[in-house]
Design a protein around this ligand. Structure first.
Ligand code: AMP
Length: 359
């Protein structure tokens, strides 16, 4: 939806492929194609006549993206999608290129589970290799009984067991990389999660500049190693002894970059349009400190949230995705605050959300 809005503002005609008719982008595009996203033949048929294609979610078929790439420009490349949409392949890529990662083991079957626990230790997190997002398909495990229960719940497909990291902070860097190799990282941001789902982002991350700079350097290097074209996000854990570990790579604009719409010279969505269309990248410069708080379906528990109360606070912007059903844990929208300091932006965005969601 936000990509479509940025593209149309620049005068592009936007067509959307979705497997549901009431997707958020439906109200912001020139044409909606409701097609099965794992059917290469159907997608190739509807893509005829288009110039370039990108995706807003990594769990789309890499084979379908590959079939489309024979016909039109697909950015990022299907090979990138293939690497990062599977945690096992993603980690193998990161290790191969010498990037710091969380100790982990790939599990292919029940026999591999025991070896993985012996290698990684406990506590740990068991994650499905494919189709995980927003904490879906992962479980924290502290003892053998929990490992067995998690295997029952998440198996029998490929899984990754990761050692539990007692991080002091989570950071992410959203960056654009152009077709010519130019790269434009946004400032490193600080993320807080609840139940494995992003809750609040503050930008710039309230951490020493060398830590921010190292995160930006690593994110740049990851996108270069992938030969990435488009907008991607690299998420990190910061450990107590000052090390940054790459947690995961998102091959698309990221929730932690939504505040770039209000806070930066060129938003992550405009950067995606520019990169995908082969234009020069815009400036990622941040114009003011900012904070973003997600609005999950839970906020609707007591009926329509109190938007007037939230928007009465200074510097608050509201973005709703137009999703019809506010289920608990479902991302429905977000609030952003731009302020004089990061602390003020964060305090105000939390107050705004409290006001909105008070039932
Ligand atoms: P992921 O889907 O892998 O990004 O995980 C979602 C969130 O779960 C992360 O942002 C962390 O807050 C938490 N998490 C995932 N893996 C670990 C880990 N190995 N150690 C500690 N927390 C984790």
């Amino acid at each position: 939806m936000m990509f479509a809005m940025a593209a149309r503002r620049m005068g592009y005609r936007v067509e959307v492929f979705s497997d549901v008719a009431d997707c958020p982008a439906a109200r912001h595009c020139d044409r909606l194609h409701v097609v099965p996203l794992d059917d290469p033949a159907a997608l190739v048929g509807v893509a005829r006549g288009l110039d370039a294609l990108t995706f807003e979610f990594e769990n789309v078929s890499a084979a379908a993206a590959g079939a489309l790439a024979a016909q039109i420009v697909v950015r990022p490349a299907p090979a990138v999608l293939h690497t990062v949409q599977d945690r096992g392949r993603e980690k193998a890529f990161l290790v191969r290129h010498g990037f710091p990662v969380v100790p982990h083991a790939l599990i292919r079957d029940a026999a591999g589970l025991e070896a993985a626990v012996a290698h990684v230790g406990l506590p740990a997190v068991l994650k499905t290799a494919a189709f995980g997002y927003d904490g879906k398909g992962q479980r924290r495990v502290v003892d053998r009984a929990e490992v067995a229960a998690a295997w029952q719940a998440l198996g029998p497909g490929e899984l990754v067991l990761e050692s539990w990291v007692d991080f002091i902070a989570e950071l992410s860097v959203v960056a654009a990389r152009g077709a010519d190799g130019a790269i434009a990282p946004f400032t490193a941001v600080h993320n807080r999660h609840r139940h494995h789902i992003l809750d609040v982002t503050t930008s710039p991350a309230p951490l020493p500049r060398p830590v921010q700079a190292e995160a930006e350097r690593l994110a740049t290097a990851v996108l270069e190693a992938l030969d990435f074209v488009g907008v991607g996000c690299v998420e990190f854990f910061l450990t107590g002894d000052g090390r940054l570990l790459v947690n995961e790579i998102a091959p698309r604009p990221h929730n932690s970059g939504h505040l770039t719409v209000e806070a930066c010279a060129c938003s992550q969505f405009e950067q995606q349009v520019r990169a995908v269309c082969g234009l020069p990248l815009g400036s990622p410069r941040q114009l003011a400190p900012a904070a973003m708080a997600n609005l999950l379906g839970d906020c609707w528990a007591g009926g329509e949230p109190d938007w007037p109360a939230a928007l009465a606070l200074p510097g608050v912007s509201l973005t709703l995705y137009g999703k019809s059903e506010p289920r608990p844990g479902r991302k429905m929208g977000h609030l952003t605050v731009v302020a004089a300091t990061v602390a003020e932006a964060e305090a105000t965005v939390l107050r705004a959300r409290d006001r909105a969601c008070r039932s």
